[in-house]
Design a protein around this ligand. Structure first.
Ligand SMILES: Cc1ncc(COP(=O)(O)O)c(C=O)c1O
Length: 390
């Protein structure tokens, strides 16, 4: 059977390979310690769950939701966003509920790109950013991130011919997988660049709460584009509220870009279940201490994991943000992170994400997701030590 050519670039998926490697290791009797996925193991807070439970008992919540019936959610988002970032939003035109931010970022290229046009993406970067551009028939120009440049792209290095045909640029800070943060001054530079070249600026912002003690709160892209001329920003409930499986998020920003994405979504979905949207409002309105506790938990895990790695002789920079540790592999493994990850899981049951899965510039690294308590993380490091040192 012949399927659409647009699927071809999606055929090579390192994460699907890892999934298979994990399944094989499990079948072979290994106990899997899964540090490969950024899927939080922490519980959803009681006020959120109680709101959703209550909705489940209310049969008026069971139907389809057209745009108008999401107004209460959009109002809550606009209020939350303005309280937090000081920029008012029009809930009718500048806010859009999503079925997870991945859904939104992957659909956006269909709304804004013509086949053959370029998207400027971070390398390493989040795989669905790439996938969405391929589905829309776009071309990808990857902006390499290097430790020397603090994992920020060098906009002046993009060839003029690519800039000429670029339709959108995607940024995402705090950054998965490198854990880097970006200052507002960099966002201002990116906004000026995109404005000058008529490029839509996309900011995927799932880790807006995930910065640790001593690090300044990360800026929203709209703080650099206060009149919302060119930017759209994506938020999720998966990280701050541990609601990954509930599939809910939202986009805010330029009304025309939001409107275009809404047109695509009107074809493909009917919004999230009303009870989950109510739960998301409860999350936005919950006591900030609930989120702070989650961040503190991840900070403690970070400290335990980085210290354990150091004890076994693997020194990595201490991340200041996100739920990950981005680690350069020992020299013997530096040109094949996929081999490292697949052999590691087969030998020890410890699953990690190979850096190459996030793009060419990720080769030589692995990403650890801190989605277990410190004792499990320490056990994972013991197994890593036995794999590397014997
Ligand atoms: C950069 C980035 N964007 C999007 C997502 C997915 O978010 P959601 O669960 O809202 O689709 C993730 C999850 O790890 C992520 O790291």
């Amino acid at each position: 059977m012949q399927f659409a050519q647009r699927l071809q670039p999606l055929n090579r998926n390192v994460f699907a390979d890892m999934d298979r490697a994990k399944a094989q290791a499990r079948k072979a009797g290994k106990e899997i310690l899964d540090l490969s996925l950024g899927s939080s193991d922490l519980p959803v807070a009681p006020p959120i769950l109680e709101t959703i439970e209550k909705a489940l008992g209310d049969r008026t919540t069971y139907g389809y939701n057209l745009f108008a019936s999401t107004r209460f959610f959009r109002d809550a988002i606009a209020t939350w966003y303005e309280n937090r970032y000081g920029i008012p939003l029009n809930p009718e035109t500048e806010v859009l509920p999503l079925i997870g931010s991945q859904e939104g970022t992957a659909h956006l290229p269909l709304a804004v790109m013509n086949p053959g046009e370029f998207a400027l993406l971070l390398d390493p970067g989040y795989p669905s950013h790439t996938g969405g551009v391929y589905l829309a028939g776009g071309q990808i120009y990857t902006m390499p991130l290097t430790v020397e440049n603090a994992y920020l792209p060098v906009l002046g290095d993009i060839p003029p011919a690519v800039v000429e045909s670029a339709k959108m640029m995607v940024l995402s800070y705090p950054h998965n997988p490198t854990t880097a943060t970006a200052p507002l001054s960099f966002f201002q530079e990116a906004v000026n660049f995109c404005r000058q070249h008529d490029i839509i600026l996309v900011h995927d912002f799932p880790y807006h709460d995930f910065v640790f003690e001593g690090t300044t709160q990360p800026p929203s892209i709209l703080q650099a584009d206060k009149n919302k001329e060119i930017a759209i920003e994506f938020f999720t409930f998966s990280k701050s509220y541990n609601m990954g499986g509930f599939r809910t998020g939202f986009a805010v920003g330029n009304a025309a870009i939001i409107g275009a994405l809404r047109q695509v979504k009107a074809v493909v979905d009917f919004n999230q279940y009303l009870g989950i949207m109510r739960g998301a409002v409860a999350a936005l309105e919950c006591d900030r201490a609930i989120v702070d506790d989650t961040i503190k938990t991840f900070q403690n895990r970070r400290d335990a994991f980085v210290a354990a790695l150091k004890d076994m002789g693997w020194s990595v920079p201490t991340p200041t943000a996100t739920m990950y540790v981005w680690a350069q592999l020992p020299p013997a493994w530096r040109n094949d992170s996929v081999k490292f990850a697949t052999e590691l899981v087969a030998a020890t049951g410890v699953a990690v994400s190979p850096g190459a899965g996030f793009g060419k510039s990720g080769e030589g690294y692995v990403r650890f997701a801190l989605v277990h308590d410190p004792d499990i993380l320490q056990l994972a490091v013991q197994r890593l030590a036995s794999f590397l040192i014997g």
